[in-house]
Design a protein around this ligand. Sequence first.
Ligand code: UDP
Length: 323
Amino acid sequence: MRYLITGGAGFIGSHLTEHLLPAGHRVTVLDDLSTGRLKNLEAVKHHPNLQILVDSILNRPVLERLVGEADAVFHLAAAVGVRTVIEQPLQSLRTNVEGTCNLLEACAAARRKIVLASTSEVYGKNENVPFAEENDIVLGATTIRRWAYACSKALDEFFALAYAAEAGLPVIIVRLFNTIGPRQTGRYGMVVPRFVRQALEGRPITIYGDGRQSRCFTCVSDVIEALGRLVESPAAVGGVFNIGSREEVTIEDLARRIRTLCKSRSPLVHLDPEQDYKEGFEDMRRRVPDLTRLEATIGYRPRVSLETALKQIIADFKAGRED
Ligand code: UDP
């Protein structure tokens, strides 16, 4: 197969590229390098079946050409991280909404299958865990910038389903739950790389709020496995799927575990996130996926424990990765 991966130089996209090439697929990476990095593709950059194009999903002629040349598309290009969305609200909205619409239009015209990466963020502050795909979406006020991200991704899903209904677009929507792994950067706010770096450098580990908010972190290799199986599953077409793990951890406990694994003496400090984000921040208390549909469709079971994923990430940082 020939795959187009938008955002292919990003954290998840680069892992997906590394997974598809050895399986004999051809991959074209489209990335504007706003948050992606060419060095994420260092290990595969000379692979004969890899083509890398530095351009934007806002460039429609380029998109149309690349979609036409591919058999299927993974759409991972998006504004990354809470920090980006709060600090660059306009660009984030344009990328997520306009860019995705361009791509859906091109895929519908060329009749190409597309896997659209959405996010667990769309469940918003619904506290009715675990979140099943048909659960209500509960978002906050429009004056709180964070919700623009959830809203833009929900809108992407609406567009995708509308293209499926009216233009016969074969689309698979995935909602990713807190993906972690080697090469993820803490620059855009993600908690695990931030805590690992703080612990390894002996600096205070910055827990926002009381630390009793929880997440289910999912190792990127499990996410990639699910993406690879979904794209090949005819039963997945037209569906919305959570991809995540069931291992729930509070942020306070996460900080302690990372500190122990790093053999660090960093103090744990509790911060008001408004010290880091001047405006636009609101936190979610719990986020747990219901994985019933994913399991029933592709037989998915998350395989990598949080402990193992954290060890891999710490080893990656110790190997001298720049953040
Ligand atoms: N968080 C934290 N300290 C940090 C960064 C994040 O305590 O330096 C918390 C954040 O408030 C949230 C959790 O960690 O409750 C996960 O944050 P992240 O931005 O990684 O993902 P998301 O909020 O999208 O789940």
